[in-house]
Design a protein around this ligand. Structure first.
Ligand code: THU
Length: 128
């Protein structure tokens, strides 16, 4: 099975754990690492709306906790199972932890993180 297909199945499995009572827009994220392990996350909303955690961020938390290998592929889906692209904030958060070559599924085929967030600001800037 192609990596993005495998991740789509994992994201569908995680989706019921999303907590999205305010937007009614559950999201699940699933990422593959270079060791072949899949890491999942879901959005977790809050009555103080601005405190919402996106699915990509909770995926990164589980990846960190599992001491996962470098991330290679990412899938994010909505309740219909459609691919969605990470929001701008998540692109920046992903850039901190994943290579610019991270392959992200979209409705129009895979794109890299670098394509979604070109000329990104990152840790390298702080070394200047
Ligand atoms: N959401 C994500 O989890 N990831 C994204 O990349 C886009 C948006 C969540 C946040 C909020 O809980 C809901 O989707 C609607 O914006």
């Amino acid at each position: 099975m192609a990596p993005h297909e495998q991740l789509h199945a994992a994201a569908l499995e995680a989706l019921p754990r999303a907590y999205a009572p305010y937007s009614n827009y559950p999201v699940a994220a699933a990422a593959l690492d270079a060791a072949g392990t899949v890491h999942t996350g879901i959005n977790i909303e809050n009555a103080s709306y601005g405190l919402t955690q996106c699915a990509e961020c909770s995926m990164l938390a589980s990846w960190r906790l599992a001491a996962g290998a470098p991330l290679t592929h990412l899938v994010c889906i909505n309740r219909r199972g459609d691919y969605i692209t990470p929001c701008g904030r998540c692109r920046q958060v992903l850039y901190e932890h994943a290579a610019p070559t991270l392959s992200i599924a979209t409705a129009n085929g895979p794109v890299t993180l670098d394509e979604l967030l070109p000329a990104a600001f990152g840790p390298h800037n702080l070394e200047d």
